[in-house]
Write a protein that binds this ligand. Structure first.
Ligand code: C5P
Length: 285
């Protein structure tokens, strides 16, 4: 085998609780990840060049060593003394720096893809160790699970056996937000911290859409809004148009709504101006 194509989906955070700042500078989190149908496509092609190259038509995707997919391939190539070269072709559908973990998902896809292409025999634990070196959100994508609980920096993953399928409209302003900057603007209030994960989980398990939508929460919202106070309008617009619940994903600026059906999502999507936002109808994957 010298060629492999894999799907690389985005995620949403249905809940993102920030529990505190750690001595290493990262924040301790408790989050519920949802894998969604919006996805990039990655094709890995082995060659004899001895070099790793990235091809991607999207102008904001780096083609060099700063791209997480390059780092992922480089780590495996070095550790397993691979002498072959590799072309990584990315078809980018997931907005970049948008709170959807597109780059992290791409890195996870390269880890699992190369494990097969190069026949490395890595198990879940070894792959997770590589994932957490690459970034906090990478490990989630190693699991074939629609929903998972993330703890630690977000890299400790417990897959959840939940069969609920959700429909969302996802709205991403055409503005990038950087995770580090959003976290640096966070003012932690740690007294009487609610356990938002355990509030939402029973509703997710039961498929109680109304209560689930009412329990979405993201502790990074004030930090996101401190950068762009006007983005509160995205939430309000979705709610005014009949969304059951709305929330920012990750470190923003993407906002998603929980809605009753695909049809409802499509009618909400049509309300957003394509000059300023990208709007998608997505479901649980
Ligand atoms: O892990 P990742 O590379 O995605 O993190 C990017 C930045 O986001 C970190 O350097 C850190 O500033 C911030 N971060 C954090 N706590 C987390 C995850 C990320 O403070 N749990």
């Amino acid at each position: 085998m010298d060629r492999l194509t894999v799907n690389s989906p985005a995620k949403l955070n249905l809940v993102l609780d920030v529990l505190g700042k750690r001595p290493d500078g990262f924040h301790e989190l408790r989050t519920i990840f949802e894998r969604i149908s919006l996805a990039d496509r990655i094709t890995l092609v082995s060659n004899k060049s001895g070099k790793i190259t990235i091809r991607c038509a999207h102008p904001h995707v780096p083609r060099g060593p700063t791209n997480l997919v390059y780092k992922a391939a480089m780590m495996l190539s070095r550790d397993f003394s691979i002498t072959k070269g590799l072309d990584i072709n990315i078809i980018k559908n997931i907005p970049v720096a948008a709170g959807l973990a597109g780059g992290s998902s791409n890195a996870a896809a390269v880890l699992t893809g190369l494990n097969r292409l190069w026949d490395l025999g890595l198990g879940q634990q070894a792959l997770s160790a590589y994932a957490s070196k690459l970034g906090s959100d990478v490990a989630f994508f190693l699991y074939d699970s629609s929903f998972a609980l993330g703890t630690g920096r977000g890299e400790h993953i417990k897959p959840l056996k939940i069969r609920t399928k959700l429909w969302h409209v996802l709205v991403t302003p055409r503005v990038k937000m950087y995770t580090a900057e959003v976290f640096s603007r966070l003012k932690l209030k740690l007294t009487n911290k609610k356990d938002n994960v355990n509030i939402l989980l029973p509703f997710l398990r039961k498929g109680d859409l109304v209560r689930l939508a009412g329990s979405l929460s993201n502790d990074l919202e004030p930090a996101i809004l401190s950068l762009r106070p006007d983005f509160i309008n995205l939430k309000n617009k979705l709610l005014d148009a009949g969304a059951i619940g709305v929330c920012f994903s990750g470190s923003g600026p993407s906002v998603f709504a929980c809605v009753q059906s695909q049809k409802h999502a499509q009618s909400l999507r049509a309300k957003f101006d394509r000059r300023y936002t990208q709007a998608f109808v997505v479901s649980t994957l």
